[in-house]
Design a protein around this ligand. Sequence first.
Ligand code: DAH
Length: 342
Amino acid sequence: MNAGNEIESILEEAQKVINGSKTETDLDNNKNIFIGKKGKLTAVLKNIGSLSIEEKKIFGQRANQAAEKIEEYVHKVRTSLKEEYYSVTLQTEKFDTTRPLKPEETGSLHPITKIQYEIEDIFTSMGFSIMDGPEVETDYNNFEALNFTGDHPARDMQDTFYTSDGNLLRTHTSAIQVRTLRELKPPFKIIAPGRVFRYEEVDASHENTFYQIEGMVVGKDISVSNLIYTMNVLLKEIFQKEVKVRLRPGYFPFVEPGFELDISCMVCDGSGCSVCKHSGWVELLPCGLIHPNVLKLAGIDPAEWTGFAFGLGLDRLVMMRYAINDIRFFHSGNLRFLKQSF
Ligand code: DAH
């Protein structure tokens, strides 16, 4: 058989064999019979040594065209195999999206997530934006830019997990304040929910991983009255009733003055119980006016702009609202706990 005819007959055979492929693996194997390393067409090409240059040229061209044709057959079959696969899968894996779920089939939001969403709604309705930041932070964003300069003793207030490259797991969502101050131009109102980490012994009221929502307002003439008003709205919405609050001085290097905002105990209505250590008050919300140094470090002129900030512990808040007495429930993965309707 001359070389030209040989190519024609390989092509004919290839078409038959390739068209008979039942699966994509089958198809790949069949393709290799013809244009793989040890394929028939490849073999023919290896034997053209004895031909004249002119013949080699013509023959080589035909072989290339044949190879292209075979690729075409393969492509066609692959497309139709894929289509067949999807239409079969669609038929067999059909499910009824309108069937109501049985109660044991439904999942639910974690109580902390739920309260986070609620708080986001309350603040966005007051015109706040929601900001985000990474869980692994730089020492600068977590401490330095918040006026914890050098080896400021206040750093010891927050036992920290450091990473081997000198970064850390953020100890508070206040790190997002720093990012925001650099990113947005005042005036602005933001909240920033997030997971935070402390190198702590775990017990009924301490976790090494917990959740906070940071809040920050920067504008002209922002005062403590604005802060108290905003906190009152928040607490009234969350607890669905007027909540008595009091401010005590509190120290955080990034606010001046700094406060601890206490609410009257929800469990005993302020008359004194074990939850409030018989004081009638529960510490809930540290806050204050943003320290001028913090604004300055972010390139904002404290003579022109002022602001307030607060950090709300979500775990504590959920515990208060549902009278949960052990923080360890939150990460326990205990379905009996999680399946309660919060
Ligand atoms: N970041 C502080 C902490 O986790 C809480 C805090 C205090 C946040 C005062 C604030 C603030 O925004 O103004 O201990």
